[in-house]
Design a protein around this ligand. Structure first.
Ligand SMILES: [Fe+2]
Length: 444
């Protein structure tokens, strides 16, 4: 017992240090996203799909207060009077600007005082305590929550009109272009996780899944490939679309991905206020699930199921194990994945050879969220934790799965098991897709 005590102690201190670091990183990002615009832009609603940025800001603080100050810390409330205003289930995004929200100065002051108390709680929290704090889970959940709102706020920035306020170095070009597909043989693999300490309830538990043999594209669909679909009349051929997809394409007047604009025979894309010619080898982004479905039919393929996507990302045929990330267990960095708003665009396909999966598939993590064919359902053995509203209330709804994170996603909220979901008509998210297909008789 005594021999293991120092190791346990240093493990706990390492966890505490990591928590402090991920919370600080999330806050730096939140500041960039909220300090880069003026007061009028902070309180404005840039799209009915989005909250005013100042709502996201105070909501980040309010969730942090509820879980870490009051629940984990057992401390008095900082602002119990505002809980209702910042409850995402009580007010739809479209109604949030009309609420008596904290103004920008109040919101900044509020998130600052909450954070101060949280760092105090962190100093003494028993990280071996109950399930909520075990290995720092609640702190990890709150860091992920803030980063998820940072990605949402980045989407608000993309919808905002006016002069550019955000900038970042361009995403890397590909040393060697990649394309084609790989075949993944039929067999079981372990999907989801039981052991990952900060994995959320919907990623749990790990469970074996039999996946029939399939082929999956080595890279996501690029702008050039998507432009060929448009040039071939993709948006004018109802036979390529599902009935629901075609109805939506007509009602919404879809003719190209969101933020694309044609000038003569060239396509331009506006990103964060900057209009530039499309980069042909970057993954297409800002397409809805119905557009992805139509493109797949045009290409004679289909979207991968969620299990196929995860098997391509995590399965190591040499060992039979499932990896945390496509490249292994090591945390993502600038050589393996385009994450963390380091670049404000997806990188060309093939730009991250060090991030390739054991099955030979590129860029599964980062760049663009990838639409899967599956809807959002519980894994066998699912248990809601720490509250039903995190995932359970969304199971069985009209949602499609998104996997892998985007250039706007922080690594703390991205791993091979991470599941995202959204309505099939949504385009403001940083989503693209890749294709898969069943195996032919001679390939099995
Ligand atoms: Fe939230």
């Amino acid at each position: 017992m005594t021999l293991s005590a120092p190791a346990d102690h240093s493990d706990r201190e390492r966890t505490r240090a990591r928590i402090a670091e991920v919370l600080a990183r999330a806050r730096r990002r939140t500041r960039v996203l909220t300090d880069s615009v003026d007061e009028a832009d902070l309180v404005a609603q840039h799209s009915p799909l989005m909250s005013p940025l100042v709502w996201d800001l105070a909501h980040i603080g309010n969730q942090e207060e509820l879980w870490l100050v009051r629940d984990v810390g057992g401390r008095d409330a900082v602002r119990a009077d505002i809980d209702e205003l910042y409850d995402a289930f009580k007010h739809a995004r479209v109604n949030r600007p009309a609420l008596p929200l904290l103004n920008p100065a109040q919101a900044r002051g509020y998130v600052g005082s909450v954070r101060e108390k949280v760092l105090d709680v962190l100093d003494t929290a028993d990280l071996d305590g109950g399930p909520l704090v075990h290995e720092g889970f609640a702190f990890g959940m709150i860091a992920q929550h803030e980063q998820q709102h940072d990605e949402t706020m980045l989407a608000t920035h993309q919808l905002r009109r006016g002069a550019p306020v955000l900038s970042a170095p361009p995403a890397p070009a590909a040393p060697v272009p990649v394309g084609g597909e790989v075949v993944i043989a039929a067999g079981d693999f372990l999907m989801g996780t039981t052991a990952d300490p900060w994995a959320l309830d919907n990623e749990r538990p790990a469970h074996p899944v039999h996946v029939p043999g399939f082929a999956i594209d080595v890279a996501p669909v690029t702008n050039a490939q998507y432009a060929a679909f448009i040039a071939d009349g993709g948006y004018d051929r109802p036979e390529l679309w599902s009935e629901r997809g075609w109805a939506h394409r007509c009602t919404a007047g879809l003719v190209a991905p969101q933020f694309w604009e044609r000038d003569g025979d060239r396509w331009y894309r506006t990103a964060f206020g900057v209009r530039a010619p499309l980069r042909p080898q970057q993954p297409v982004v800002h397409v809805c699930w119905f557009e992805a479905e139509a493109y797949a039919r045009w290409a004679g393929k289909r979207l991968p199921t969620e299990a196929e996507w995860e098997k391509a990302a995590r399965f190591d045929p040499a060992t039979g194990d499932s990896r945390r990330y496509p490249w292994g267990a090591g945390a993502p960095d600038e050589h393996t994945a385009n994450l963390g708003q380091r670049h404000l665009e997806p990188a060309e396909v093939g730009a991250y050879p060090a991030g390739v999966s054991a099955t030979g598939v590129h860029q599964l993590i980062g760049d663009v969220w990838e639409w899967c064919s599956s809807s959002f359902e519980a894994y066998p053995g699912f248990r809601a934790f720490p509250y039903r509203e995190y995932s359970e209330v969304f199971f069985g709804g009209d949602y499609r799965i998104l996997r892998g994170g985007s250039f706007g996603t922080d690594e703390v909220a991205c791993r091979g098991t991470f599941r995202n979901w959204d309505h099939p008509i949504r385009r403001q998210i940083f989503a693209g897709f890749r294709l898969a297909r069943d195996l032919r008789e001679d390939e099995r």
